[in-house]
Design a protein. Structure first.
Length: 167
């Protein structure tokens, strides 16, 4: 195909690349994409499938270690942005994640309940932030903590069976 004229205007130039310069993951996922394109699904169905898959990945329940990792990453990115603005000579202060973290620390220090912060490495206060909010919601509705935990377990089992059936 080298030297082929495209629409009479441009000339196609092709080169043979040695095997040692080819990235090992060059064709990764090509078989799956080929199978999807050859299936009877429409393109909108394929897009919807991938969107649902990504939505499940983003909205999955995370452990406390995962939440801490995400929070540390957000704080470090924000710190870099602040440093970049300072280096550019821009004097701009925005609330960001650090302000909300400081606000949360002042609230937790004044209240009797302890929430796990980014700096905690051990699970001293086993109060999971996510489960504590669920417990608060359950108390507002008038459901005991045990029954709300049982409902959570049932819903997790239902979601797991739905996922197994869909795959």
């Amino acid at each position: 195909m080298s030297g082929y004229f495209l629409k009479g205007e441009r000339r196609l130039v092709c080169h043979v690349i040695p095997k040692d310069k080819i990235h090992p993951k060059l064709f990764q996922g090509a078989k799956r994409n080929l199978q999807l394109s050859q299936s009877d699904l429409t393109s909108s169905d394929r897009i919807e499938y991938w969107q649902d898959k990504e939505r499940e990945n983003v909205n999955k329940e995370r452990s406390m270690e995962g939440i801490k990792k995400i929070t540390k990453r957000l704080l470090s990115r924000e710190k870099k942005k602040r440093e970049q603005l300072k280096m550019m000579g821009i004097d701009y202060d925005f609330p960001g994640y650090t302000a909300s973290l400081e606000n949360m620390k002042t609230k937790t220090s004044s209240s009797s309940k302890r929430k796990v912060s980014v700096d905690d490495d051990e699970n001293d206060g086993e109060d999971n932030v996510v489960s504590s909010t669920k417990a608060k919601k359950a108390k507002k509705v008038g459901i005991s903590e045990e029954s709300s935990k049982a409902n959570d377990i049932k819903s997790k089992k239902k979601n797991a069976t739905k996922r197994r059936k869909s795959t």
